[in-house]
Design a protein around this ligand. Sequence first.
Ligand code: CP
Ligand code: NVA
Length: 308
Amino acid sequence: MNNFLDIDKTSPADLRAMIDNARAMKTARNGRPKGTPDDERPLDGHMVALIFEKPSTRTRVSFDIGVRQMGGQTMVLSGSEMQLGHGETIADTARVLSRYVDLIMIRTYEEQTLLDMAEYADVPVINGLTNRSHPCQIMADIMTFEEHRGPIAGKKVVWSGDGNNVCASFIHAAGQLGFDLTFTGPETLDPEEKFVAEARARGAAITIERDPFKAVQGADLVVTDTWVSMHDPQSARERRHNQLRGYQVNDALMAQARPDALFMHCLPAHRDDEATSSVMDGPHSVIFDEAENRLHAQKAIMRWCLGK
Ligand code: CP
Ligand code: NVA
């Protein structure tokens, strides 16, 4: 039994096996109607709980469809409607759910909630986003990059904007899979130093460059995300926008990257804030491939968790 808690807590060999498996499963489904199951149904007879303490479109739908394609069943639970939202501890919730379901995916606020769930559950736990990281997203993003451009090892990824949870998982992946990552954004919104130091210790070149135009030179991939995440207070919105405006990914910025550079955004986007529609809908963009690949990547993650 494996928990999928973070990319930096999963071995590079296991990450690689999951990404390759995801691509194989995607190929195997080629052309098949979305609602039909796979030929192989490793989750036959399995029940998966999907817990959301924050909103979601992609994570919710892609996990739900993924489980069904692999022959399993899901129950989607909203944190606020569970006793969890009314004072029951995570530990007790984890022990109770373990008596009913075979796998738990949770999207929550504090990382500690995820860690407690993993500690007290007898079944595998998957991180569907916390304030601190979003590993499922980056598994889909690596898969997407490699589908379009081949191995990501040795490539230059540039993150422009807020050094948030999605950025953190990209930094984890740089350390584990051997690509270079340049962060460009205001100092106040830098990624966590601990994550940067750990990725560097694993041999990744992690660069902090305040000038976005310098940062993207030679980039193989330019990535951004919302300027105000779900856990950020709305009162910080204006200040964040003011700090981040210069890091918008627009045509002028993309022109500094390699001509064949890709553009990614995990979505949901605030069009014409962090990225212009011209970039999101332009020739570099692979944002909807990323969204699709959440499905395939998470199917591989679930199989790995269950040893199937
Ligand atoms: N990218 C992502 O996780 O999207 P949702 O918030 O819609 O799940
Ligand atoms: N950084 C964003 C990602 C959403 C998928 C958030 O946490 O709101």
